[in-house]
Design a binder for this molecule. Structure first.
Ligand code: AMP
Ligand code: ZN
Length: 119
C-alpha cells in the first residue's frame, strides 16, 4: 500500500484525521465531502496513494472498477435514489485540489444543475 505522509486523504484513510465515513473495506474508503456541493456529496478513494487518474495504469483497474461498481449502492444508501453525478477532477487542467485520486458522487432527491462549475 503506497502512502504519502503529507497527503490529507492518506491521513483520513489511516484514521489520523477524522471524516464522516460511509463505507470502508481493506482497499476503499468513502466519506462525506467537507464542503458539500449537493444534498448528497461524498468522495470515494482507494486507500492506496495514487495521486490522480492521470497516474493510473492497468494495474489499478481492479480497484478503480470496484470504486465505480460500489457507487450506485452507496448513492442510494445516502439518499440519491434516482441517479447521481460522478466527477473525477484530474491534474492542473481538471482543477484537482487534493492529489489523492478521489471520485466525487453528487446527488440528492432532485435533478442537479446541468453542470457544477468551480469558480
Ligand atoms: P478536488 O481535488 O478538486 O476534486 O476537490 C477536493 C475535494 O475534497 C473538495 O470537494 C473538498 O471539499 C474535499 N475535502 C478536502 N479536505 C477534506 C476533508 N478533510 N474531508 C472531506 N473532504 C475534504
Ligand atoms: Zn494519499
Amino acid at each position: 500500500m503506497r502512502r504519502d505522509p503529507s497527503c490529507i486523504f492518506c491521513k483520513i484513510a489511516a484514521g489520523e484525521i477524522p471524516a464522516k465515513k460511509i463505507f470502508e473495506d481493506d482497499e476503499i474508503l468513502a466519506f462525506h465531502d467537507i464542503h458539500p456541493a449537493a444534498p448528497v456529496h461524498f468522495l470515494m478513494i482507494p486507500k492506496d496513494h495514487l495521486p490522480s487518474l492521470a497516474d493510473a495504469d492497468e494495474s489499478d483497474a481492479p480497484v478503480l472498477g470496484r470504486l465505480l461498481a460500489l457507487a450506485g449502492r452507496l448513492a442510494r444508501e445516502q439518499g440519491s435514489a434516482d441517479g447521481f453525478r460522478t466527477i473525477v477532477n484530474t491534474g492542473r487542467v481538471g482543477r484537482q485540489d487534493v492529489y489523492h485520486l478521489h471520485i466525487h458522487i453528487l446527488g440528492g432527491p432532485s435533478p442537479l444543475p446541468r453542470m457544477i462549475a468551480k469558480e
